[in-house]
Write a new protein. Structure first.
Length: 132
C-alpha cells in the first residue's frame, strides 16, 4: 500500500542518513550526495551515461554563492565510490562515457566479471612492485 511504501522510504532515508553520518565524506560531499543519487538513478544503459565532469559542473553551477559547497573531481569520485560501495544506486556501472545503471542483469554480471579480472591484474602488479 501507499502507506507501507512511505514507511519503507522513511526507513531507507534514515538508514542512508546513518550511513552518511558514519562515513568519511566531507560536509560538501554529504551535501552533494542526494543530487548524485537522484541523477544516477535516472540513467539506464550506456546511452544515458553521465560523466564525472557533468556532475561536478552542474553541482557547482547551482552553488556558486556557497564556495564551501563547491566540488572538485576528487570529491566527485569519493561520492561515486561511496554510492557504489554502499549500494545506494543498485547495479551502477561505469565506462569511458560515464556512470549509468545496468540495463540488464547479463550486462551487469559481465561488468562485475570484468572488474574482477582487472582487480586480479592490478593485484599481480602490486605484488610485483612490493617484491622489487
Amino acid at each position: 500500500s501507499r502507506f507501507k511504501t512511505q514507511v519503507q522510504m522513511k526507513r531507507s532515508i534514515k538508514s542512508i542518513n546513518e550511513l552518511v553520518e558514519s562515513s568519511h565524506l566531507s560536509k560538501r560531499e554529504r551535501a552533494a550526495l542526494p543530487f548524485f543519487i537522484k541523477e544516477l538513478s535516472g540513467t539506464e544503459g550506456p546511452d544515458s551515461a553521465i560523466t564525472l565532469g557533468w556532475f561536478v559542473d552542474n553541482w557547482n553551477r547551482r552553488h556558486l554563492k556557497n564556495a564551501h559547497h563547491l566540488l572538485t573531481d576528487v570529491d566527485g569520485r569519493r561520492i561515486i565510490r561511496f554510492i557504489r560501495n554502499n549500494g545506494l544506486v543498485p547495479r551502477l556501472m561505469a565506462d569511458r562515457y560515464g556512470y549509468f545503471v545496468a540495463s540488464s542483469s547479463m550486462a551487469y554480471n559481465k561488468y562485475v566479471e570484468m572488474l574482477g579480472r582487472k582487480l586480479r591484474r592490478m593485484n599481480q602488479t602490486y605484488q610485483a612492485l612490493r617484491n622489487q
